[in-house]
Design a protein around this ligand. Structure first.
Ligand SMILES: NC(=O)c1ccc[n+]([C@@H]2O[C@H](COP(=O)([O-])OP(=O)(O)OC[C@H]3O[C@@H](n4cnc5c(N)ncnc54)[C@H](OP(=O)(O)O)[C@@H]3O)[C@@H](O)[C@H]2O)c1
Length: 340
């Protein structure tokens, strides 16, 4: 049986750790300090929501330094900003054929490969959402699947075993093109995080505003242009049609119709979503905008593709982050004036 460790038992890490532990896998968990480690051991880590009500005692350690021996699998579930330093700290606990699994949203596989090597890097497209309600309580919202894969055509005989282990959480498939799969979620996240982040509105309410709906369509169009330049064939994600379909149509009628489709489709399925970017901004914390709209902007610049709406969103979220602009519905008006 694979010996596994998970670092960062927050919303995603905590929910993954509970389900894998409950399925009988010997999973070590690295908490952020002894206080949290003690809590995860006793009374344990709790889940509510789509994975049912669960309470499991985790084999928790206060830091990477407290771990002993080597692991076959290492899940990293911190925010992306902490991921490289956590991966570096794990190096003494990795073998030549260990797999290091990035649970971050976004395409951060290069960042992880630089530390652990491409032959040990695994990306995951996470098909569910989770929110930390208390330090040891996570609410899980409806989920469908995991897709896992290695960058640049790498593979490992351990991927199949890893998929079996992860199926304790959600059905898990090995994907031939994990970057394209992750890209589809980057565009989805860029759509919902930016508009809610600038306005302070839950997704359903944000979608009532025309500039928000039009911006989402343009984020998808810009995403499609960047993906084409990168040579990616991006699949559809969630309720969104393929980005290439949106990019192929520009008429006012199409925009109005598709805008209403987003308002109703996303409103019904995800209207109450209060995305992580907005949650971080409300807490005065750094967001992950650099691996969402910021990623599309950066790749656009690299490949000579213009991405004005993603640039505007990235800049505006950064201004809110650094305190020079408030979260406000007025930002939607400004978006409308700038583009629509
Ligand atoms: N939440 C979702 O629905 C969702 C869905 C898909 C993907 N993701 C991705 O999952 C990643 C994590 O997001 P999240 O929402 O789970 O964030 P989160 O709730 O903030 O969890 C991150 C956890 O990592 C811990 N941590 C940070 N540095 C650590 C270290 N050096 N050692 C041990 N633990 C450490 C944090 O502890 P402290 O709080 O004490 O710093 C926190 O418990 C993000 O990259 C996100 O994009 C999230």
């Amino acid at each position: 049986m694979l010996r596994a460790v998970l670092i960062g038992a927050g919303s995603i890490g905590g929910s993954v750790a509970v389900m894998i532990t409950k399925a009988g896998y010997p999973l070590d968990v690295v908490a952020h300090g002894e206080e949290k480690a003690a809590l995860y051991r006793d009374p344990g880590f709790r889940l509510t929501g789509a994975f049912g009500d669960q309470q499991v005692s985790l084999r928790a350690f206060p830091s990477v330094e407290a771990l002993e021996g080597t692991y076959d699998v290492c899940f990293i579930a911190t925010k992306y900003q902490q991921m490289p330093s956590v991966a570096r700290a794990m190096l003494p606990h990795l073998k030549e054929d260990s797999l290091v699994v990035s649970l971050q949203n976004g395409i951060v596989l290069d960042l992880l490969s630089e530390v652990v090597g491409e032959n040990r890097t695994v990306g995951v497209m996470i098909g569910y959402g989770a929110t930390l309600l208390e330090p040891n309580l996570v609410e899980v919202t409806a989920g469908d699947e995991f897709r896992i894969g290695m960058p640049k055509g790498h593979t490992s005989p351990r991927l199949k075993e890893l998929a079996e282990m992860m199926s304790a959480v959600l059905p898990t498939k090995v994907d031939d093109d994990i970057v394209a799969r992750l890209f589809s979620k980057v565009v989805f996240n860029s759509c919902i995080n930016s508009v809610c982040g600038i306005s302070g509105l839950d997704l359903g309410k944000a979608l009532h505003h025309r500039p928000v709906r039009m911006a989402m369509l343009d984020i998808m169009r810009e995403g499609d242009a960047v993906a084409q330049a990168m040579g990616l064939d991006v699949p559809r994600f969630n309720v969104l049609p393929k980005n290439s379909f949106i990019a192929a149509h520009h008429s006012r009628f199409f925009n109005a119709f598709m805008g209403r489709f987003l308002e109703v489709g996303m409103g019904i399925r995800s209207g109450k979503v209060h995305p992580s970017t907005l949650q971080s901004l409300e807490k005065g914390k750094k967001t992950e905008i650099d691996i969402m709209n910021g990623y599309l902007s950066a790749k656009g610049a690299e490949y000579g593709v213009s991405t004005p709406v993603n640039d505007w969103m990235t800049r505006t979220i950064r201004e809110i982050e650094n305190g020079s602009r408030p979260i406000s519905k007025k930002n939607i008006r400004e978006l409308g004036k700038a583009f629509y």
